[in-house]
Design a protein around this ligand. Structure first.
Ligand SMILES: Nc1ncnc2c1ncn2[C@@H]1O[C@H](COP(=O)(O)OP(=O)(O)OP(=O)(O)O)[C@@H](O)[C@H]1O
Length: 362
């Protein structure tokens, strides 16, 4: 028997003061011990999901299950959940030790137990030796670690992290991404992390939920989502892509840019209109004659590791190419790609409907 999910949202809708719904009939499951990321643009409802899990707000309709029990009305302080906020919400008048100890003092633990637990949490985040420091004397990255220590000291089953890296500069941010990921592995606690940064989500997560307009557009592993975006929103939001209109003439054959190509997808209706996604790094540059597609180079930018080339084919499609080869603007070149590089999306169909259709077909 598979273990039941630690969190399950069952058709959860959230509306504020009669306004239109922020979350619309959202259903998902969170498994124990994994690193999840809620990814989406500003205002899509990511923080609202965290607040619902934490118990800071209740759903307008639907059910939230925690270890199989409905927790809609359970107050925040009775849930095995701790949150690390964007601004860390540390107490500036308390030192590092007291910040971490705060929750344990409220629970009235014995002094010796508090010391042992706080030191253990500080050890986890590599801050032993800093316990007497004032919060104001700590750097951004160190404050971040204090906030995490304050969450883990309560031994929660879930840690919620609301854009915790957004205040850090790029270098520190990358370091903290590694640190957080590593910490989650060592602790084995479920992490639910919120970000609007797709690279961060791809780098850190076991599973990503891509949200837009109060709906989970797609969920899956980073490679699932990157390689097989379900719709135009996900393809655009996760990395750069070429999206062109096409037709599925039969299984394993697609037509776009006026030609027919082999692909690895099947299960669509003959001649169904689709959108084709090809990632810029999956296009190879060759001579005009050897290309599967002939394009004219419109522009070229040097990006350090690669050139970013914008080109167009005869039917007017634009093709973005990432290549280590340099080309000449105005020149006609050929593009080649493997059948696996062609990803097929259909218009306006949900992930569930898509899967159901594929299953029925298989
Ligand atoms: N208490 C509230 N009352 C009314 N509207 C709210 C409330 N909290 C959030 N909203 C609205 O709900 C929508 C979603 O907000 P939420 O904070 O969940 O988005 P988000 O995806 O986390 O965005 P961001 O990345 O900007 O933090 C926004 O339009 C916001 O204005």
């Amino acid at each position: 028997m598979t273990e039941q999910p630690i969190i399950r949202f069952e058709q959860v809708t959230k509306q504020f003061n009669g306004d239109s719904a922020i979350l619309k009939d959202v259903s998902f499951e969170i498994e124990r011990g994994k690193f999840y990321t809620l990814l989406g643009p500003s205002g899509c409802g990511k923080t609202t999901i965290l607040r619902l899990i934490a118990g800071f707000t209740e759903p307008t309709s639907g059910k939230i299950h925690f270890n199989g029990k409905v927790i809609n009305h359970i107050p925040a302080n009775k849930r095995q959940v701790n949150t690390v906020f964007q601004d860390y919400a540390l107490f500036p008048h308390l030192n590092v030790f007291e910040n971490v100890a705060f929750g344990l003092r409220i629970k009235k633990l014995k002094k010796a137990d508090i010391t042992a637990k706080v030191m253990e949490a500080l050890r986890f985040v590599n801050l032993v030796g800093y316990e007497g420091r004032e919060i104001t004397e700590m750097s951004g990255g160190q404050r971040q670690r204090v906030a995490i220590a304050r969450a883990i000291v309560n031994e929660p089953e879930i840690i919620l992290l609301d854009e915790p890296l957004s205040a850090l500069d790029l270098k520190l941010r990358t370091e903290m991404q590694y640190e957080l990921r590593e910490l989650q592995r060592r602790l084995g606690i479920t992490f639910i992390f919120v970000t609007h940064d797709q690279e961060e989500a791809l780098a850190m997560s076991d599973e990503i939920f891509v949200l837009s307009q109060g709906i989970i557009q797609q969920s899956g592993t980073p490679t699932d989502i990157y390689d097989e975006p379900i719709n135009r929103f996900v393809a655009d939001f996760i990395g750069e892509s070429n999206i062109v209109p096409g037709k599925m003439t039969q299984d394993f054959l697609v037509e776009f840019a006026g030609r027919t190509f082999e692909c690895v997808d099947r299960g669509l209706n003959p001649n169904e209109l689709i959108e084709i996604v090809i990632r810029p790094e999956d296009l190879e540059i060759t001579t005009h004659e050897l290309g599967q597609l002939q394009v004219r180079v419109d522009s070229q930018l040097f990006r350090g590791v690669h050139y970013e080339i914008i080109s167009s084919d005869e039917t007017g499609n634009k093709w973005l190419v990432h290549s280590t080869k340099k080309v000449v603007v105005g020149e006609s070149i050929g593009l080649t790609f493997e059948p696996e590089a062609i990803h097929v999306m259909r218009f306006g169909e949900s992930e569930e409907d898509f899967d159901r259709r594929l299953e029925a077909y298989a």
